[in-house]
Each structure stands twice: as C-alpha cells, then as structure tokens.
Design a protein around this ligand. Structure first.
Ligand code: NAP
Length: 271
C-alpha cells in the first residue's frame, strides 16, 4: 500500500483565498505585528512564510526586529503599545532567557497564536476564542480532506502546550477518542498501533516507524527536523507504505499553521 498524500499546501491555499475574499469585503486590512528578538534562523524563515501569506490574504504585517539585548521592560512596553495599535500580535518563539513574561502582556483579543492562558481556558471550556494555529490547522486539514476525526480512535505522540495538549482537546471536541503519548509512555508502539488517526508531534526523526502504524491509518506528521538530508518529519519514510493517508513534510501541517494564523488575524479584526 502507498498512502494517499494529504496536501496541506492545497488546503491552505483554499483557506487563504476565502480569507482574501473576506478581507476584501471588510474593506480594510487586519493589522498584524510580528515581534522577533535576536536572530534565530528558523524564526527568520517562519516570519518570511508568514509575511508572504499576509501579502496573499491582504493582512498588513509589520515585522519588529529587536536586538537580543533588549530589556524585559522595553519589550513589555512595545507589547502594550501594539495592544492598542494592532489587531493581532505574535512574539516569535524562542525568546532569549528572561523575556518570556512579555508573552503574558499580549491582550487575549490580540493573541493570534492562541497561547494566552485565557484563550487556552476558552478552548478547554469549548467557548469561542483564538485557537492555537497548529492544532487548529490539523483539525481543519482533516475535515477538509475527508478524514473527519469523528468516531475515530486517535493517538497523539507529544504533549506540548502548543501542539499535543490543545490538539487533544480539539480532537475530543471533534468526537474522536483520544490517547496522548509522551516520553513516560511505557509501550509507545502498543498505543500507536491502535490508532485509526495518528498524530506525531515529537520533534525527532523516525519517532514512528512502519511497524508502529496500523495499516490504513491516517497519519499526520507535525515534525519539522532540519537534518543533513534536508527537512524531515517525525515519521520514518516507510510509514507511507503502511498508512492509508499521510501528510508530507514539508507541505502538510506547516502551510496549515500559517493559514490558521491568517484566519486568527482576520477574526481578531472582526472582534
Ligand atoms: P516539544 O515541545 O519538544 O514537545 C515534544 C513532545 O513529544 C513532548 O511532549 C515529548 O514528551 C514528546 N516526545 C518526544 N520524543 C518522544 C518519544 N520518543 N516518544 C514519545 N513522546 C516523545 O515539541 P513541539 O513544540 O510540540 O513540536 C513538535 C514537533 O512539531 C517539532 O518538530 C516542531 O518543530 C514541530 N512543529 C511544527 C509545526 C508546523 O507548523 N509544522 C508547528 C509546531 C511544531 P515529554 O513531554 O515527555 O518530553
């Protein structure tokens, strides 16, 4: 068997054109500020992808690039200023040590990354609010590509605050039955083999190998690992021979994350 490819680029493009039409109807551009502190190369490349998407959709993105030596007070003052001038604010992670408290200064209504405790609380309670982009993108990708999670036995590898945990809540709300695995899981393969829907967000190449996958399963590979051989996900190449459907890396979850960020920026303007 060779897995069907779940094309994140195509689904993201469809979402972006819906957003572009919505922005055109609104008649004014959502304002999005991206704050980068220091020169992390991965951050620079993610911001480039966000800028390109913003241009396609009609979101006005301003990149604030600050020195790694900035003081916490200065960063917090900038965030306070952006809370009043912008619709959405992102502080690109990772931040240099000691600057994390600035994240909590982003007003919940401006928090287009969906990381603020108030927005995470709303997610847990099933109330409207800005949702974390990567898990929201995975749900949207599954629904729009004909792989609805409803009624499925879903297994997530990874329990981070930005992917695994919020995704567990979203999949539960989408009527999947969810197991969350992590480094404390006694027999990872035992769990992954039960999965009709397997999401791998571990951040290590080859975390899931072909014999760990139930034949025909839908597999979402969230991992982005820079190796000598290029960008790879968390699934070993042979997983494509066992899975029924699989997201590629790159071209799967990544473009969906960016599209959902644009959706949050448009929603933040409308609020
Ligand atoms: P993270 O904070 O490092 O979390 C990784 C999680 O995976 C942890 O919960 C860890 O368990 C678990 N884990 C690691 N190795 C494992 C193993 N061998 N068995 C079982 N569990 C294991 O990473 P993250 O921020 O969630 O990101 C995960 C991956 O997704 C990274 O490659 C990241 O670059 C990628 N990512 C991609 C996008 C995108 O848009 N495409 C967005 C976000 C993240 P413990 O909790 O026990 O340590």
């Amino acid at each position: 068997m060779s897995a069907a490819i779940i094309d994140g680029r195509a689904v993201a493009a469809a979402i972006e054109s819906e957003l572009q039409a919505r922005v055109a109807r609104l008649g004014s551009a959502p304002l999005l500020a991206v704050v980068q502190v220091g020169n992390d190369p991965a951050s620079t490349s993610y911001i480039r992808a966000k800028s390109r998407a913003a241009e396609r959709v009609g979101v006005e993105l301003t990149h604030h690039h600050l020195s790694a030596n900035i003081l916490l007070g200065e960063l917090e003052a900038l965030v306070e200023q952006l809370n009043s001038s912008e619709h959405g604010i992102i502080i690109q992670l990772p931040l240099p040590d000691g600057l994390e408290p600035a994240l909590a200064r982003i007003a919940p209504a401006r928090d287009v990354d969906g990381f603020h405790p108030e927005n995470l609380g709303k997610l847990l309670r099933g109330e409207p609010g800005l949702r974390p982009c990567t898990p929201a993108g995975i749900i949207e990708l599954l629904e729009r590509s004909g792989h609805s999670p409803a009624g499925k036995n879903a297994v997530i590898v990874g329990r981070s605050n930005i992917v695994g945990k919020p995704l567990a809540v979203m999949l539960t709300q989408a009527n999947a039955t969810v197991t969350v695995c992590h480094t404390g899981t006694a027999d990872l393969a035992h769990h992954t083999r039960q999965a009709e829907l397997l999401v791998v967000a571990a951040g290590r190449p080859d975390t899931v190998t072909p014999e760990m996958v139930r034949p025909g399963a839908t597999v979402i590979d969230v991992g982005v690992n820079r190796t000598e051989g290029g960008l790879v996900g968390d699934c070993a190449p042979g997983v494509a021979e066992v899975a029924g459907a699989l997201t590629p890396v790159p071209g799967g979850v990544g473009p969906m994350t960016v599209a959902m960020l644009m959706a949050n920026a448009v929603a933040a303007q409308a609020d």
